[in-house]
Design a protein around this ligand. Sequence first.
Ligand code: DC
Length: 222
Amino acid sequence: MLRIALDGPSGAGKSTVAKALAKKLGVIYVDTGALYRTVGLYVRNKGVDKNDEERVISLLPEIDLGMEFINGEQVITLNGVNVGDTIRTGEIAMYASRVSAIPEVRNFLLETQRKISRENDVVMDGRDIGTVIIPDAEVKIYMTASSKARAERRYKELIAKGESCTLESVLADIELRDKNDSTRKTAPAVQAKDAILLDNSELDIDGTVEKAIEIIKSKVEI
Ligand code: DC
């Protein structure tokens, strides 16, 4: 089996790199953040306060979450409806960050993630893939960049999309999410002991993919 756990903070470029790696290696790309975002979307749509843990937990039995791969593309369904890009907003990212700190939510999403990694070769991107979801992954990479580098990339993306924001507000959002994600009690977003660090503050996407391939080659034959 070839299971590559790609963990790291928001905005390190994990999804872009993971997609490129999956394509090169002919394995599927699994974006686990999308699952937390989908739970966040449901909580928001129900008008429930994301900080109200008890109410968030009480919604879980109402959620039927599906994850399929159509032509290699991950499709997430929420009670039978494809969530598409509705989970890709800053607001939903904040809901995802809050709900992902709740142990019951993490537990709710655990088996979906493990099942996919048992049945397929994967590049799986998330926060606790190497520590919790696939602790025996063949390759573990912890990909990060300075918060300043991540904020600058995100800022450029948002401006290109026509959203209005400031670099300061983007940096503040990233730092708040980093803090939430790394200090929560359950499965905090930290580097696994046996993960290899890939800091791409000074690298572009191609350079990062190249470096990741080197790391993979140092662990398995590809
Ligand atoms: O990678 P992302 O931005 O789509 O993730 C959304 C949120 O979900 C992020 O705040 C951290 C959380 N998350 C998590 O706790 N564990 C994962 N495996 C993936 C994401």
